[in-house]
Design a protein around this ligand. Structure first.
Ligand SMILES: Nc1ncnc2c1ncn2[C@@H]1O[C@H](COP(=O)(O)OP(=O)(O)O)[C@@H](O)[C@H]1O
Ligand SMILES: [Mg+2]
Length: 251
């Protein structure tokens, strides 16, 4: 198996040393294989977003090292990090962040347009991504004219259009009702299984988490427990609830 992500003994301290310093991540390590779908769970304030932001190259670690696809983030300067981010990473945001004055096509094309990709190539790639997500029929529409589910699919197509090594999502179902949350998770799960997209997702929702292949439970900035998917999603869901209730045994 090939590691897509190596998180090696990272710590993240906000503020300068002394009374104002707060350590949100403590000596945390894990490895993610290519094609895994990892969920990060944990109470509010446990460091989930901090962890995701360090992997997203948005925030430097205080100690340790993060390696994505063999490249160490600490070896790069700001400009290199920015290029790396736009080429190797895809992002799904809680509110989807679609640009209202751009069509679905233009929204999906954004990561390519920002990289000065040639127009015929953009067109072909957007067609491909939108077909994959089942939204090739609405490319000329604007976000205000499409349903919530279609907005999600547009956001996912945009996150995947440049074929990123790693897809990162922070609470992607946080603002959705349970029906749309399930649709989003089914879509991510299909992309993971069929297209082998590697997904790292932060969630506090046990149902969303049950679509993952592995879960890391964070507590006070450390990995407290790890859970691998069971044979059925229903069984995995039960096990997740047990861990959250504090009744799950060490496995
Ligand atoms: N920019 C920051 N400056 C100082 N403290 C921060 C900053 N961002 C987060 N924190 C603190 O770090 C801890 C972890 O935050 P966060 O990673 O957002 O947790 P989670 O996403 O699990 O709710 C919290 O105590 C939070 O207050
Ligand atoms: Mg958070």
């Amino acid at each position: 198996m090939t590691a897509i992500l190596n998180v090696k003994n990272i710590s993240k301290t906000y503020g300068t040393k002394g009374a104002n310093a707060y350590t949100a991540i403590r000596n945390l390590s894990f490895t993610m294989e290519k094609g895994e779908f990892i969920g990060i769970m944990g109470p509010s304030g446990s460091g989930k977003t901090t962890l995701l932001n360090t992997i997203a190259t948005l925030d430097p670690v205080t100690e340790g090292e993060i390696i994505i696809g063999g490249t160490s983030l600490s070896a790069m300067n700001e400009e290199q990090l920015s290029d790396f981010r736009s080429q190797q990473l895809g992002f799904i945001f809680q509110d989807f962040n679609l640009l209202e004055n751009m069509s679905v096509f233009e929204n999906i094309a954004l990561p390519l347009s920002l990289r000065n990709t040639a127009v015929p190539r953009i067109s072909a790639t957007v067609q491909q991504a939108s077909t994959l997500l089942g939204i090739s029929g609405i490319l000329e529409k604007f976000p205000a004219e499409i349903s919530g589910g279609q907005k999600q699919r547009t956001a996912i197509a945009r996150a995947l259009v440049h074929n990123p090594a790693l897809l990162l999502a922070d609470e992607p179902t946080g603002a959705l009702d349970s029906t749309n949350a399930a649709i989003l998770m089914e879509t991510l799960s299909d992309l993971n299984k069929e297209q082998k997209v590697s997904v790292l997702m932060v969630t506090h929702d046990p149902l969303s988490a049950s679509y993952c292949s592995r879960l890391l439970f964070i507590k006070d900035g450390e990995i407290d427990q790890e859970l691998h998917a069971s044979n059925s999603r229903e069984q995995f869901y039960k096990e997740i609830l047990e861990v959250l209730a504090g009744t799950g045994g060490a496995r």
